[in-house]
Design a protein around this ligand. Structure first.
Ligand SMILES: [Ca+2]
Ligand SMILES: [Ca+2]
Ligand SMILES: [Ca+2]
Ligand SMILES: [Ca+2]
Length: 699
């Protein structure tokens, strides 16, 4: 018991000491790295390197007053250093053409941000031989024989460098493993990239142009060449010579004699590349077995795929279009599996060569290839043509595919739109169906429209291009159905290889079909709009049977004065109309004895069960009829009475004046005055009177 406790204590002490020792050893190893400035601390980069220790950083700047500084040096980096230039535009290391500009003689070196030039006709821009984990990024290399040359170099990172005019190679690796060469731009080198006996290396996202070879792989394996662009390399975009287990995928390869060339190679995967505008798109020479050329797009080459003395490989899922020769096997190229490819409009889809015997289909129902010039039919609709596609007497595709392989076959119904959702029985409903090709192949298919699962119509859409829409219009004559609610649905046939079939059906909402009584006054004309009383007003009324039954009904016309309560019945007619029929009714209003005034004339179709009574009444808009207040005859009477009144007044005035003048004349003046005075006196006093006779008047 006690011994055990002692053991535990010792164990604890031991672990504690071990931990402390480890801590101090880490501290000891991780040297406190310095940054050495050039030209501030040392005028040349090499002097700085010589003064540095492992893990130091050498920062290279412009010399005072210079916009760009050229350091004429050749560097030997024999320590684990980071060399950083201010930028590759401003810091230039020039080797003077007499040797490699930078020689790496240590692990873990990083070189970043320089232009490294003028290794001359014999030497390298950067050379590493026999070291690990060197990083070369963001540099420009030009004017060297070899731009970046890695020999026996493992786990290096070469990214985002710009290399041009390096005469033999841009980036070359030999005897190396596990390197990453990505996102570099390389041009104008005989070999843009060269991998010799180099394995497990990634070459990704680079652009290599205008050399003889884009990338040359020799005696290498397990490398991946993915997502690069190789263009304008005179001999080959990509060549694999004496290699195996290489993946060449998703590259753009154009404008070479041989786009992608496999020479004496096996088990190479050439996958998903776009190979365009080369003399030979993909060329296999003496390459077997088990090379897989799959899912490539190969167009506008003289030869799409050329097999020369290459057997037992597979060519699948490629689309070969607009090449002079699609696939051309030659010189004992046998036993290759060639199926699920699309041969589209190649001048010669597959070249006649009965000496080479290959397999052009994968049996039934997997099928063979899709041939754009296949003229056979597919009676049972299984997507396989009923007759074989013949290439030559020894080669034929027994199960040609009616539709293109790969890509996406997907058509969809986007919408179904009826022109109305509530219609009278017998009306035509227009049903618009929007269809779209959501796939990558031109498609021909049928669209069926149904109401409550009964087919209303079928239309064929021919050759609908990818990513395009089309609207189909179906006419639905509702006399086909009874009154009721109908669900409208459209369905596109599922095309061959279509997987997204859910969108091939589209169900719209309901369309209600109803049977109704509905007559209407569709127009009314009244003329003239104003008449003298006693004249005639003509009223033309057009009535129509809008409903779904034959109808007999009355049409009445009447007038109402706009003020007061005068209502005048003008006419009434009984009409019989079949559905959709109309008739013109003529009414005449004799305005004799009609009280003066402005009238509104109303026509009314009387059908108590009318479904839509709002159109059964029409009222003349412009005041109906107006009977003027004074007819002409009345005006004449008025004028003549006015004239006679004036004349009478004038005559009376003349008589009055004459009578007055007579009174005032001498002969009558005295008796008149006497008489007047007598009347006056009699009013004032009776004294004037004498005996009550006229004799009492004074003289
Ligand atoms: Ca068939
Ligand atoms: Ca679909
Ligand atoms: Ca779809
Ligand atoms: Ca009506």
């Amino acid at each position: 018991m006690r011994d055990r406790r002692v053991l535990k204590v010792w164990l604890f002490v031991f672990l504690l000491l071990a931990t402390i020792c480890t801590f101090f050893s880490v501290v000891h190893v991780s040297h406190a790295s310095q940054v050495i400035q050039v030209p501030q601390d040392y005028p040349t980069i090499q002097e700085a390197i010589d003064a540095a220790v492992d893990y130091d950083t050498i920062q290279v700047n412009r010399r005072s007053g210079e916009s760009q500084s050229v350091y004429y040096e050749r560097l030997t980096v024999n320590k684990e250093l980071t060399l950083v230039g201010e930028s590759r535009e401003t810091i230039i290391i020039d080797g003077g053409g007499a040797g490699s500009v930078i020689r790496v003689l240590a692990h873990n070196v990083e070189i970043r941000g320089f232009t490294i030039r003028n290794g001359g006709t014999e030497y390298n821009g950067i050379r590493s031989n026999g070291y690990y984990y060197v990083t070369v990024t963001n540099n420009t290399l030009s004017g060297n024989k070899y731009g970046i040359s890695l020999l026996n170099s493992d786990y290096h990172t070469v990214v985002e460098n710009l290399l041009f005019n390096n005469s033999v190679t841009g980036i070359s690796l030999s005897g190396s493993i596990g390197n990453n060469v990505s996102d570099n731009e390389v041009s104008d080198s005989a070999y843009g990239m060269k991998l010799l006996s180099t394995d497990a290396t990634f070459v990704v996202g680079n652009t290599v142009s205008d050399g003889s070879y884009g990338i040359y792989l020799q005696s290498s394996s397990n490398d991946t060449v993915n997502g690069n662009t190789f263009t304008g390399n005179g001999v080959s975009g990509v060549i694999s010579y004496l290699c195996h287990d290489i993946i060449v995928s998703n590259n753009e390869v154009t404008e070479s004699a041989y786009g992608i060339e496999l020479h004496t190679s096996d088990t190479i995967t050439v996958l998903g590349n776009n190979v365009t505008g080369n003399s030979y798109g993909i060329y296999l020479a003496h390459s077997n077995p088990s090379n897989a050329v799959e899912n490539n797009t190969i167009s506008d080459n003289n030869w799409g795929i050329k097999l020369y003395n290459s057997s037992s490989n597979s060519l699948k899922g490629n689309t070969l279009s607009y090449n002079t020769f699609g696939v051309d096997p030659e010189a004992e190229s046998d036993s290759n599996l060639i199926y699920h490819n699309n041969f589209l409009d190649n001048t010669e889809q597959a070249v006649w060569n009965p000496d080479c015997v290959n397999t052009w289909d994968d049996g039934y129902p997997s099928g063979g290839n899709h041939w754009s010039d296949y003229t056979g039919t597919d009676a049972n609709g299984d997507g396989i043509g009923d007759t074989a596609y013949s290439i030559d007497p020894m080669n034929r595709d027994r199960y040609p595919l009616m539709a293109g392989w790969g890509g996406v076959h997907d058509i969809a119904i986007l919408s179904v739109t009826p022109s109305d959702t509530l219609v009278y029985w017998g009306e035509i409903v227009l049903i618009d169906v929007d269809v779209r090709n959501e796939g990558t192949w031109t498609e021909t298919f049928d669209v069926t429209v149904r109401y409550n699962s009964t087919t209303m119509g079928v239309q064929t859409v021919n050759n609908l291009a990818p990513s395009t829409d089309k609207t189909l219009t179906f006419n639905w004559n509702t006399t086909q159905v009874d009154q009721g609610s109908y669900t409208i649905e459209a369905e596109a046939t599922i095309v061959v290889f279509e997987t997204d079939t859910a969108d091939n059906n589209y169900t719209d909402g309901m369309v209600a079909v109803i049977k109704v009584h509905d007559v209407a006054i569709v127009s009314m004309e009244v003329y003239p709009p104003f008449v003298p009383r006693g004249e005639l007003i003509y009223i033309n009324v057009t009535v129509e049977n809008l409903g779904t039954f034959s109808e007999t009904f009355n049409v009445t016309v009447y007038a109402d004065r706009n003020v007061g309560d005068v209502h005048v019945d003008i006419g009434n007619e009984t009409v019989s109309l079949d559905r959709e029929d109309s008739t013109l009714l003529e009414f005449v209003w004799n305005t004799t004895d009609v009280p003066y005034g402005t009238y509104y004339i109303t026509a009314e179709a009387v059908l108590p069960e009318d479904y839509d009574p709002t159109d059964n009444v029409a009222v003349a808009k412009v005041g109906g009829v107006s009977v003027p207040f004074h007819e002409p005859k009345e005006v004449f009477v008025l004028l003549s009475s006015l004239v006679s009144s004036i004349l009478a007044a004038v005559a009376f005035g003349a008589v009055a004046i004459g009578f007055f003048k007579l009174l005032m004349s001498v002969r009558f003046r005295l008796p008149f005055i006497r008489f007047a005075r007598h009347l006056l006196c009699a009013r004032i006093t009776n004294a004037c009177y004498v005996g009550g006779t006229g004799e009492s008047f004074p003289k």
